[in-house]
Design a protein around this ligand. Structure first.
Ligand code: LR7
Ligand code: MN
Length: 584
């Protein structure tokens, strides 16, 4: 008996230990517990319930499946980081192979529950947002996949089923874009045949994500289409805000906040602070931005939607009817890329709006690198540019020397769609929806490679830091390569030498007491140019730094063996003569 008792006590102690594991620290950045939380009183008569807050609507938001209880101390529970640190050996090999194959640590993913919960990482005010559950539109969630790992795909499916109110989720439509992996064949069919509301359709050739999504959309029965990537995890309460906003405004396309799930630790890096919005650079590459002040001024509460010039592409909800009206997608786009900006331009230019809802959070696994070839992306961007950019397409072409050579197919139909819908032009979009974007002037002779006359075939070259934190890297001179990118500069009518191929844009400057060129963030739109960033590009080809009254001179083999433009007294020598060249 004593032994038994001791056993029980021991077990209890052990359990107690598990329970004592501290919850991960929730980072509610700059958010205070809303006052209304405590002020809310449940109506006395439940029959009188009007719209109810998310936190109160326990019954109505009952999900398709209840989440099973997690094992105490389960790996990755609540989105905690898991660091396996396997010793060298066969298991470590397996882990490495999984990363090699999927560019995601699927070895770890397989060991994390398909039903794990995420920590609460939204603005706490979202809990008290009210929804008229009985009158919200329903949705079909469309998830396309190509050779996705088992666990990331199925975790996405379970996550949707366990966070979406049963009354709002019409179905999940999985679209297999002609995968060839064995686990996605019968095994997948068997598995989902046990799940409520999940359907699977298969492409009979590789369609690419655009046409695969359209296959799914064509079968959808819900009022609203909600697209997700096949490696997502939804935060509680993610669905209601999307549907509620579209009920309020049918022409609004709504994106959730996209939180990062780490490809190696599966840590959920959700953040309850203000989300970021989408932009693009002139190569037509998607970029993230903080919410501009002009937009903040329009919002009354941190739970209000945020207008966003563009979307990342994978995660959004749109009224099924409105999606059709807008011309769904450009089916001439292959595999991956471009469709997100094309759709964003189209939404805005044709009268809709694109918004991020701060109360809808979805985690997305960003892989270590692309797991499949994305070489159609540029041709897709060309299609977008050809249909939506008007004269600004040249700004794009200047920064993508290869773009003009792309066989991008026929865009007549898409141009006709633009006519039929009487869409606004790109100038309107830039001025009204994305005024933060600097529009290059690209005056002839003032953009391209900046080539020196005295130093044979040497051009300005700047290697921006990969983390986008522009903090003063030097400009060097390097053999001209004609590939744009690091050698693309523009001289502006504001006397700046701009590196404006990608975001954030950098401008050449001279630090006090130095004689070389350093790149700093350019002024914000509408601000004046800092004195040490002003250069005169003069008739004689010299680049004259106004503040120091000196000229940029091509100097050979300086610091670190690099040639570089440096400040010297103006002499008129060929080493102080520069020309912009569009191509080599
Ligand atoms: O040929 C393909 N067929 C497919 O069905 C290629 C891809 N796909 C599927 C794929 O399995 C996945 O479910 O399409 C989805 C998107 O592909 P990913 O996950 O490889 O793309 P991504 O997350 O790297 O890229 C982002 O940009 C793409 C541009 O074409 C798409 O719009 C993606 O949906 C989009 N993802 C997101 O917006 C999530 C956040 C990433 C960011 C920023
Ligand atoms: Mn993705």
């Amino acid at each position: 008996v004593v032994v038994l008792l001791a056993g029980v006590v021991g077990l209890l102690l052990l359990l107690r230990l598990y329970w004592a594991v501290p919850e991960p620290e929730l980072r509610f950045v700059g958010v205070e517990e809303p006052e209304e939380v405590s002020a809310i009183a449940l109506p006395l008569d439940p029959g009188q319930l009007g719209p109810v807050a998310w936190s109160e609507a326990v019954n109505q938001r009952r999900p398709v499946y209840e989440r099973p209880q997690a094992e105490p101390g389960a790996l990755g529970e609540l989105g905690r980081a898991v660091k396996l640190q396997l010793p060298p050996g066969p298991e470590k090999k397996r882990e490495e192979q999984s990363v090699e194959e999927h560019k995601i640590n699927t070895y770890l993913s397989e060991r994390i529950s398909l039903h794990r919960r995420l920590a609460e990482r939204w603005n706490l005010l979202c809990r008290v947002k009210k929804y008229d559950y009985d009158n919200l539109p329903t949705t079909s969630v469309v998830i396309t996949f190509y050779n996705e790992a088992w666990s990331t795909l199925l975790r996405t499916v379970h996550s949707v089923l366990e966070t979406s109110p049963d009354i709002l989720l019409e179905e999940i439509i999985l679209v297999d874009d002609y995968s060839d992996k064995e686990h996605l064949k019968e095994r997948l069919e068997d598995y989902i045949s046990d799940l409520k509301k999940v359907r699977l359709i298969r492409a009979t050739k590789r369609e690419g994500l655009v046409r695969a999504r359209l296959m799914g959309a064509s079968k959808a029965r819900g009022d609203i289409l909600t697209f997700l990537d096949c490696h997502c995890e939804c935060h509680d309460g993610w669905l209601e805000p999307l549907l509620d906003r579209i009920k309020e405004k049918e022409s609004a396309v709504i994106c959730p906040v996209i939180d990062v799930i780490d490809w190696n630790t599966f840590e959920y890096l959700g953040n309850s602070g203000e989300p970021q919005i989408g932009g693009f650079d002139w190569r037509l590459v998607f970029t993230w931005h903080v919410i501009p002040e002009r937009e903040q001024k329009l919002r009354q509460s941190p739970t209000d939607v945020i207008s966003s010039p563009t979307m990342a592409g994978g995660l959004f909800a749109v009224s099924r009817k409105y999606f059709e009206y807008l011309g769904s997608y450009d089916t001439g786009m292959e595999v991956w890329g471009g469709e997100n900006l094309e759709f964003s331009f189209r939404i805005w230019q044709c009268g809709g709006s694109l918004e991020v809802h701060p109360c809808s959070h979805v985690g997305h696994v960003f892989p270590k690198q692309a797991p499949y070839s994305r070489n159609k992306a540029l041709a897709n961007s060309v299609r977008a540019a050809e249909v939506w950019l008007d004269n600004y397409r040249d700004v794009f072409y200047h920064r993508n020397p290869h773009a003009r050579l792309q066989a991008y197919g026929d865009v007549t139909e898409r141009r006709k769609l633009r006519e039929d819908l009487k869409c606004k032009d790109f100038k309107w979009f830039l001025e009204n929806i994305y005024p933060e974007l600097h529009v290059p002037e690209d005056q002839p002779g003032s953009f391209g490679m900046l080539k020196n006359k005295g130093m044979e075939n040497h051009c300005f070259d700047y290697n921006p830091p990969s983390d986008n934190q522009i903090t003063g890297d030097k400009v060097i001179l390097y053999p001209c390569h004609g590939m744009g990118q690091n050698q693309f500069f523009e001289y502006t009518s504001y006397n700046e030498i701009r590196y404006n191929t990608r975001h954030p844009e950098a401008c050449a400057a001279v630090d006090p007491g130095t004689d070389y060129l350093t790149m700093y963030l350019c002024r914000e739109e509408g601000q004046s140019v800092p004195e040490n960033q002003k250069f005169l590009f003069r008739e004689d080809g010299s680049l004259f730094h106004v503040q120091t009254q000196k000229c940029l001179h091509a100097a050979a083999n300086g610091e670190g063996g690099n040639s570089a433009p440096v400040l010297q007294h103006c002499t008129g020598s060929d080493h102080q003569k520069w020309t912009f060249k569009e191509r080599i």
